[in-house]
Design a protein. Structure first.
Lengths: 634, 516
């Protein structure tokens, strides 16, 4: 490409960090030293092969971030020279992701979650106390002339870190030759201020999550059967516990046989959209265009969701095996596992599991000696909720801003790199081995006629025992909450957020709602990504609603107008209500919110804008949260 | 071309500089200036030795293969590398990729033709197309990319000194007779002078009058001092122009004309031989006249009482005198079909997508065989020496056009004025800083321009354009040798010396010919 580079030099360490990802430059034309006779007369840089390396842009930027703590102009320029990407475009990518900084940032930054689940457990007070003790947070915005001391740790507010079971939670990142990333649960002002004065972080706070299966799931079965029982770092232990028998059987069944069983199981996607998995796989399998890709969506970012994190960290080999079965069924030889940036342990465990599987011939060119070829590349997100949307996730893997695509065409025909792609959620994949081993029909016996199998729920907020719970579809909301010990001792349940920020609130008197796709649809709610956040009578629900509105405003990719403008206007209206400075009274504001919500739902191209009003709407209409004030001013 | 690249085509760029186009290429072959024939012949030898010749096409459609094979035999990969500078493995790979491609085309611009052996450069490329059968088929061919919308059309209509309209030979008596009959005049049986020959004839006094239409030789031709000198020496210079060019300033009479592409009617022919209508969209400014009117008035002064024809009448006359070429291209059909590709002999003919498609036919339908032409590497006429140690090659930049008549007036963030591009290595050796004024001196003249350090150039090679002749008259430096076959001057290669102006303080007036 004919690009203009910046007039900025990378430091030696930046060069080294990028070369770690991309390999050393091959000539002066791709960032190496000038001077060879060969370079004076030829170049093989800049053509198709070079353009096909664009997908390494995000990993290269992440390497700079991890080395220096932010992306300098020199570092950015070097990446651009290496990948032949215009600096303006690389800048567009670097500024898209919250975990990448383009202005000086201290080497150590503590991201303190102040999202709804952590708020229900005191995150607001915690942040206020921390501010008092250690000074205020830094922001994502560039710092202008005020250059931060790179050696003085800082903290910043963070949206949900997926650590709601150990709330209040934080994530510490430290750039350097040996970068550190640590998820921290049960943080206190003391533990955080120690980190901000340079203390070493405690061991991973998310290492031992609570996972519970309901009594009607037979022992040794279900998605959580191995969690907490089988060493997640040991392939032999996984195999001893029945691992990889499903893959062997899948190869016996053949691709069509696998899809037949998955279709018979009536398995639907667990990421929130509930699309039939068998139908998706069949659509990919029969596409003439090659190659086919398989993508596991582990960009679990819906506030209040952490079930996939538990599967990734505690049963990683099952995800590798399930992806391999999916790839075999859909004819994909190359898979991507896209894990959100905030899950360092999941990244580490999955990397390890994939390496072990590869070494054991369970990934590679000739899996199980049966001529099946498949391998998995792990990619990390960089702090963008929108990348959980599958087409935004493809864009992100391709090295672009994570902006969703218009659909159609759908990913089954035009997905990653424009090729047929099967993209499924972690939990969806995790269901596959049982379907293969026991048969689709047997799988469908669990749950209800229309919602088969079991489902993982993330119980958080003011609940006795936060954690991941597995229950068959059809269990009532009340029974699920009972399983988790109910609301905080001595408190009254005020509301439950079901399905996440993209879901909605239900009242404390709606515990009879059956947790199935059909029942939630009938009652105007959604299972979404399995979020169940309890709010007791101490929680300021209007504050929670505002936090969700701020979340959507912050996470909107800005590509389409209804969402970009709508999420801002929605938050403004809620702020005016909170401040008592309404235009046209609360009633007028609620009418405006309704109109905005409708515009976002109708006009946004992806689920973010389409659902940005749903929790707010449920707070208004289901909880009647603003009714009193509305009546007063009406 | 970028569309093709985005559709998956591979691009090989042969250019001494790593240009903007080369940066898109899968492979850049940075050959030495003037080593184009060496590169073509080396590729040809490699294709022959690797058994990649399209034997069926060569035996069916071509002549002279064995002589050609013998002539390229000495161009081994090693010889090729030493002549072109391009590593042998890269030449080999390019040769194999070209020969093995299902479809491949060669496109070129002035880097091939502005040499003293221009026509031979083209013939060397044609040889490659014949050798591999990449001609006369969809997605193949040898394509000179034209710098103007209607370079081809000028030739079509007979604005060449040795051809009648429709590329009919002036020296063929039968054709001459036909034209004499049609026009009812006696016509000369010998070819006229091309531009280079005209300049020479003006220099010797054989030619005393010149009528220039839409060209700016005072600034666009090589060895500008000489050109200006001979133009000033003419008894009578008439310039017909849409703007006041440097050449027009030298004229005894300037005939302001309308801009035909928008202020008049007519046709243009593009690079793929497609004839298209252009239509009047605006009235010419006060005093500017339609070119047909101007020529009719001149004819009137010469005693020929023509009425001013319409553009369509002129076109229909062309169709009548070149029926095999354009007989089927009525204005009505050109309008209805959005243009037609010649040859198009009659009104039922759909136009010709492939000029050389016949070569794939058998027997009589094939027509004359396509000849291989033996061509040999010579290199530039003027090579660097101790006194003039750098090789200057000239060319264009994306945002500007030729002598700037049409582009100098526009504002563009890419308009940086004239610069001398040179390699970081030469800049360091000569102690030249970026944007510092330098004096560039050849055996013919000397100019001053700011230096621009550019990694696209290698040591020993410098680059300038002809876009800003009023500021920097680059063609004072270029050499006035030209290709005897095409008449094109060797703009692409001359030896120069470059010095920082500050180191010449006080001696600059003595150091060469001052730029007027």
């Amino acid at each position: 490409m004919d690009i203009r580079l910046l007039d900025a030099e990378p430091s030696q360490e930046e060069r080294f960090a990028v070369d770690q990802v991309l390999g050393a430059p091959e000539s002066s034309w791709d960032g190496g030293e000038r001077g060879s006779m060969r370079d004076a007369h030829t170049s093989e840089f800049g053509g198709r092969e070079t353009r096909e390396t664009r997908h390494l842009l995000l990993p290269a930027l992440q390497a700079l971030q991890a080395r220096v703590g932010f992306i300098t102009e020199g570092g950015l320029d070097y990446v651009c020279a290496r990948l032949d990407v215009p600096p303006a475009e690389a800048w567009g990518v670097a500024t898209f992701y919250a975990m990448l900084a383009t202005a000086p940032r201290p080497r150590r930054v503590v991201h303190v979650c102040d999202d709804i689940a952590c708020r229900a457990r005191g995150a607001r007070d915690l942040c206020a106390a921390l501010e008092k003790k250690c000074g205020g947070p830094i922001s994502h915005e560039p710092h202008g002339d005020h250059v931060l001391d790179s050696n003085k740790p800082a903290w910043m507010h963070s949206p949900c870190l997926g650590l709601c079971d150990v709330a209040p939670a934080a994530l510490m990142v430290e750039a350097g030759a040996k970068p550190v990333e640590r998820s921290l649960g049960g943080v206190t002002v003391e533990s955080l201020s120690a980190l901000l004065t340079g203390a070493a972080p405690a061991l991973d706070g998310a290492a031992a999550p609570l996972s519970v299966q309901s009594a009607d799931i037979p022992a040794g079965t279900g998605l959580l059967a191995r969690v907490g029982k089988v060493d997640p770092t040991n392939l032999a232990a996984y195999r001893a516990a029945g691992g990889y028998t499903a893959l062997a059987k899948a190869i016996e069944l053949g691709a069509e046989g696998v899809i037949r069983e998955v279709t018979a199981s009536q398995l639907v996607g667990r990421g929130g959209a509930a699309f039939p998995t068998g139908r998706k796989w069949e659509a990919v399998r029969t596409q003439a265009a090659q190659p086919h890709y398989l993508v596991c969506n582990a960009d679990e970012s819906e506030p209040g969701t952490f079930k996939d994190r538990v599967l990734l960290t505690e049963d990683p080999f099952a995800i590798v095996e399930s992806m391999t079965i999916g790839a075999f069924a859909t004819g994909a030889e190359h898979g991507f596992l896209y894990i959100r940036a905030e899950y360092p342990l999941a990244f580490e465990r999955m990397q390890h599991a994939i390496a072990e599987a590869r070494a054991a011939g369970l990934l590679g060119k000739n899996i199980l000696g049966r001529g099946v070829a498949f391998d998995i590349e792990v990619r990390r997100g960089a702090g963008a909720y929108i990348c959980g949307e599958e087409t935004a996730l493809f864009e992100s893997i391709e090295g672009k801003r994570g902006e969703p695509r218009n659909k159609p065409p759908f990913p089954v025909s035009h997905g990653l790199f424009g090729k047929p792609t099967a993209a499924n959620n972690v939990e969806t994949f995790a269901n596959v081995p049982a379907i293969i081993l026991g048969g689709g029909a047997a799988f469908a016996l669990t749950g209800t006629a229309q919602s088969t199998g079991t489902r993982l729920f993330c119980l958080a907020g003011n609940v006795q025992k936060p954690g991941v719970y597995e229950v068959p579809f059809g269990t009532t909301l009340g029974a699920l909450i009972e399983l988790a010990g109910g609301v905080t001792a001595g408190r009254a349940l005020k509301a439950v957020l079901l399905g996440g920020a993209a879901g909605g609130f239900v009242r404390a008197n709606e515990m009879a709602i059956k947790l199935t796709h059909e029942d939630t649809r009938a009652t105007g709610t959604t299972l979404g990504s399995g979020v169940v956040i309890l709010f007791d009578d101490t929680v300021d629900l209007k504050d929670a609603v505002l936090r969700m509105a701020a979340f959507f405003r912050d996470e909107s990719c800005g590509q389409c107008v209804p969402c970009r403008v709508g999420t801002v206007r929605q938050e403004e209206a809620l702020h005016r209500i909170a401040a008592g400075k309404t235009r046209g009274g609360v009633k007028g504001e609620l009418a405006l919110l309704d109109e905005l919500g409708e515009a976002m739902k109708d006009g946004s191209i992806c689920g973010l804008g389409q659902t940005a009003y749903s929790a707010v709407e449920s707070a208004i209409k289901r909880l009647g949260l603003y009714a009193e004030a509305g009546a007063a001013t009406a | 071309m970028l569309k093709g690249i985005h559709n998956g085509a591979k691009l090989y760029v042969m250019d001494p500089r790593r240009t903007a186009s080369a940066k898109w290429a899968d492979v850049w072959l940075g050959l030495n200036v003037g080593s184009d024939i060496a590169l073509s012949n080396t590729m040809a030898r490699e294709i022959i030795h690797a058994g990649l010749v399209h034997a069926e096409f060569v035996s069916n459609a071509c002549s002279g293969f064995s002589e050609y094979r013998t002539s390229v035999e000495s161009y081994t990969l090693e010889v090729g590398e030493s002549l072109t500078g391009v590593p042998a493995d890269v030449i080999r790979e390019a040769a194999h990729a070209f020969a093995k491609a299902d479809r491949a085309m060669i496109c070129w611009t002035l880097g091939i033709t502005e040499h003293h052996d221009a026509a031979d450069n083209v013939l060397a490329l044609i040889n490659l197309c014949l050798l591999t059968g990449h001609v006369g088929r969809w997605g193949c061919g040898a394509n000179p990319l034209r710098g103007q919308n209607n370079v081809q059309g000028g030739g079509d209509m007979g604005a060449i000194p040795n051809k009648y309209p429709g590329f009919q030979e002036i020296t063929d008596p039968a054709i001459q007779e036909r034209f004499e009959k049609h026009w009812n005049v006696k016509l000369q049986a010998t070819a006229g002078r091309n531009l280079t020959e005209m300049l020479h004839a003006m220099g010797t006094g054989e030619m005393t009058s010149l009528y220039v239409i839409g060209e700016n030789p005072a600034q666009s031709d090589a060895d500008g001092h000489h050109v200006e000198h001979v133009l000033r020496g003419l008894d009578h210079l008439v310039v017909q122009e849409i703007v006041m060019t440097k050449t027009a300033e030298l004229a005894h009479v300037v005939l302001p004309s309308a801009a035909t592409w928008c202020e008049g009617e007519g046709t243009v022919t593009n690079s793929e031989r497609r004839v298209q209508r252009c239509r009047k969209a605006a009235e010419p400014p006060e005093g500017a006249k339609d070119e047909l009117w101007i020529m009719t008035e001149i004819a009137k002064r010469m005693g020929l009482d023509w009425t001013v024809p319409s553009a369509e009448e002129v076109w229909d006359e062309f169709r009548a005198v070149a029926p095999a070429f354009a007989g089927g291209m009525s204005y009505a059909r050109l309008e209805a079909l959005d243009g037609l590709q010649w040859p198009c002999p009659d009104e039922s003919h759909p136009g010709s997508t492939f000029l050389h498609g016949r070569l794939w036919e058998k027997g009589e339908a094939r027509g004359d065989a396509a000849p291989f032409t033996v061509v040999r590497h010579e290199g530039p006429v003027e090579m660097p020496n101790d006194e003039y140690p750098l090789l200057l090659t000239t060319g264009r930049r994306l945002e500007s056009y030729n002598t700037g008549v049409q582009t100098a007036g526009y504002d563009s963030p890419l308009h940086w004025g004239e610069m001398l591009d040179l390699s970081p290595e030469d800049a360091a050796r000569l102690g030249i800083a970026d944007n510092e004024d330098v004096r560039i001196t050849s055996r013919r003249g000397s100019v001053v321009a700011p230096a621009h350090i550019d990694t696209a150039l290698r040591a020993g090679l410098v680059f300038m354009t002809l876009h800003f002749p009023d500021d920097v008259a680059t063609n004072l430096l270029t050499i006035d040798v030209s290709d005897p076959k095409s008449g094109t001057a060797e703009f692409k290669a001359c030896a120069v010396r470059v010095e920082p102006v500050r180191s010449l303080a006080g001696v600059s007036s003595a150091s060469g010919v001052a730029h007027a």
